[in-house]
Design a protein around this ligand. Structure first.
Ligand code: PLP
Length: 294
């Protein structure tokens, strides 16, 4: 990982009238230790994060990411983030990214055990080169997520709609996908509905309509999917949110996993069943996703 920048943030109150946050930022050496041993993000994964794609120094969809950070904070009973302060931190990080693709991460942790305040920081690093994956596509397997569609609403303490730092399950699912000879996974509910991938949203094509699982409390509302739906509508397609039974995967005309850094990865096979491709449409989706987006 080629680091470009790291910044510690002293979180400001959202009600403050301050507009210059420079004295709340401390630039760090990304290669040097920065957290204390009592940090709850490292001890319990107790915190939230965002990963923002950066193209030629332009951070993409910052507002949508900041809004989701605030939503995750609310779900996790973390202090409300000051979004003006976070945006200023993103601007500083983006300015260090240079040409090419990069990723900015925002992290808000519950802080140090018995400590007075949450810990917050921002990093910027070079992104993995996904050009080949965007063109050649990915093989996916379906994996049981282990809960029914109504569980997120019945058990909000599971934090299923929050982007928490507890991604060990998501990473385990990716390893399981690789063990099964695939590149990625699609999570299914135990009662047979489609959710999302461990680090991406799913979009299916049915004729001229593009559908994605309804962003209820069980999945993250992807910023890339939201942005891509705007693009597809502007191209004359219809878009929809739906409760999607597992059987619909086999009858879809095409499918993509979409996320902020890898962008649109066309699915070439689900559970070893080949899926049709539209290379021209995929290329136009990725051209749009690589253009500056606010
Ligand atoms: N779903 C999950 C579980 C994710 O972790 C992510 C991104 O990391 C997404 C969906 C896609 O979100 P976005 O398009 O905002 O990157």
């Amino acid at each position: 990982m080629a680091w470009r920048f790291a910044l510690m943030i002293d979180p400001a109150d959202p009600g403050t009238t301050v507009t210059d946050f420079s004295d709340t930022f401390t630039e760090l050496d990304p290669a040097a230790p920065a957290l204390t041993v009592g940090e709850l993000s490292t001890q319990r994964g107790d915190g939230i994060f965002e990963s923002i794609g950066v193209v030629d120094g332009h951070a993409q969809e910052v507002t949508a990411h900041l809004e989701r950070l605030a939503h995750s904070a609310q779900l996790c009973d973390l202090p409300e983030p000051n979004l003006v302060q976070w945006r200023a931190a993103v601007d500083l990080a983006a300015a260090q990214c240079g040409p090419g693709e990069a990723v900015i991460k925002l992290i808000l942790s519950r802080g140090v055990e018995h400590g007075p305040a949450p810990t917050a920081w921002v990093t910027a690093a070079e992104a993995t080169d996904f050009a080949r994956v965007r063109a050649d596509g990915i093989r996916v397997v379906t994996l049981d997520r282990g809960y029914a569609l109504d569980v997120p609403a019945r058990a909000p303490w599971l934090l299923l709609g929050a982007k928490t730092l507890s991604y060990a399950v998501n990473m385990a699912a990716l390893r399981e996908a690789r063990r099964r000879g695939a590149d990625d996974a699609i999570f299914l509910t135990s009662d047979g509905f489609v959710l999302e991938a461990p680090t991406a949203s799913l979009i299916l094509r049915r004729g001229d309509t593009f559908v994605t699982p309804a962003p209820n409390a069980g999945i993250l509302h992807g910023t890339t999917q939201l942005s891509l739906f705007e693009f597809l509508e502007s191209e004359g397609f219809r878009v929809a949110y739906d409760t999607i039974p597992t059987g619909d995967l086999a009858t879809a005309d095409a499918a993509w996993l979409v996320s902020s850094v890898r962008l649109a990865a066309p699915i070439v096979a689900i559970d070893d069943v080949p899926m049709a491709q539209d290379a021209t449409l995929t290329a136009s989706m990725n051209a749009y996703l690589l253009s500056p987006r606010d």
